[in-house]
Design a protein around this ligand. Structure first.
Ligand SMILES: [Zn+2]
Length: 367
């Protein structure tokens, strides 16, 4: 579509006047043009062009003043971009917050959407359909908001939210006094988890096949998942071998909650007694673990109760993910089994779960 960036009238010259003359020649019937002749398309706005312009304006029900401004250009099929241009309609759709990157503490499944921001750090979120709208924090002493100084092809804005003090506030998208959309922001202080890892063996030669050499990589995975989403940091306190002075058999059992299982099979306490009293999370790697009435059916990979977690060798391939999931239990989160829960860290099935920590779990892990 042709564009014009100024108003023209008698006395104006230039390519836009030439374009105007061409359009008037197309749109005004020949008998109505001065002397019944086509205008000369010379780019000079003279008396004949002025008369043809007024005729065209009359035809269109516009004020016949000979001034080709926004309305007359528009009636000629030309997009007017100059002074006094009618503003373009605001983008369709409601303003919408979206995550800038996955697993970075944004939960779009809740209303309003939610973003975790570590105290004294910042997060970036995307805001769509809000090109010229005002974005404000309800409580800048908890979190501030500012635009990323950058242009975007897709019309979205990027907002930097900075965590100033522990607490909850909202980022509002305003049109005048009306709030069109909000983002809940939870600023969290860092929660440190001291984790100790124990490679278990018994006095009959049963022992875990795991080695301490893998543990740092698992701790890194735990921090990759939990730091950006819940501001929880895992610190390895110790990684040692521990020996239980008893034959635990082929299966280490948690059975004291089960009726009819002999006391000699209540092995949880024997193992967890070897834990680190100063740790927030004690992991015991064993060869095989079960916690139900049928110890010969391998249907449990790990069990977590309080600060203790017994974790078998055959606990899937994503060991770092599973350890993080078990720490989620220690921090108060339960398992989820819905089909929609699969992307979540707290999905209950090993190696089918994702790494996402949602608002509810982040707030449970690090209130
Ligand atoms: Zn679980």
């Amino acid at each position: 579509m042709a564009t014009a960036n100024r108003m023209v009238q008698k006395g104006s010259t230039g390519p836009d006047v030439k374009m105007l003359q061409g359009l008037l020649n197309q749109k005004v019937p020949l008998p109505k043009l001065p002397l019944g002749k086509k205008l000369v398309e010379d780019g000079i706005f003279g008396s004949k062009t002025d008369a043809a312009t007024r005729t065209f304006q009359q035809m269109k029900g516009l004020k016949a003043d000979g001034i080709v401004g926004p309305k007359t250009w528009s009636a000629l099929g030309v997009t007017y971009t100059g002074p006094g241009a009618i503003p373009v309609a605001p983008p369709a759709g409601k303003p919408k917050f979206e995550e800038k990157q996955a697993k970075d503490g944004f939960d779009g499944a809740v209303n309003p959407p939610w973003q975790m921001v570590p105290m004294n750090e910042q997060k970036t979120v995307i805001l769509k359909n809000a090109a010229d709208l005002n974005v404000v924090s309800r409580n800048p002493s908890i979190a501030t908001v500012e635009d990323v100084p950058k242009c975007f092809v897709h019309g979205g804005r990027e907002l930097i939210i900075k965590g100033k003090a522990k607490g909850t506030t909202f980022i509002d998208v305003k049109n005048g006094a009306t709030t069109l959309a909000s983002l809940e922001v939870a600023v969290k202080t860092k929660k440190m988890i001291r984790a100790s890892f124990h490679l278990v063996e018994d006095n009959a030669g049963h022992k875990t096949s795991r080695s301490t050499g893998s543990i740092d990589a698992w701790v890194k995975t735990m921090n990759d998942i939990l730091l950006p989403q819940a501001n929880v940091q895992v610190i390895k306190q110790r990684a040692i071998s521990v020996k239980i002075n008893k034959n635990l058999g082929a299966v280490v059992r948690f059975s004291s909650h089960l009726p009819g299982v002999p006391a000699s099979e209540h092995e949880w306490d024997l193992v967890t007694a070897k834990g680190d009293g100063a740790a927030d999370f004690n992991v015991f790697f064993v060869w095989e673990y079960e916690q139900d009435i049928n110890p010969n059916h391998d249907d449990t990979d790990a069990g977590t109760l309080g600060k203790n977690c017994i974790f078998e060798d055959n606990a899937g391939t994503n060991v770092g993910d599973t350890l993080t999931h078990e720490l989620g239990h220690t921090l108060g989160c339960g398992d989820l089994y819905g089909a929609a829960d699969k992307p979540l860290l707290m999905y209950g099935i090993t190696d089918q779960r994702g790494q996402k920590v949602n608002k509810a779990h982040a707030n449970t892990m690090n209130p």
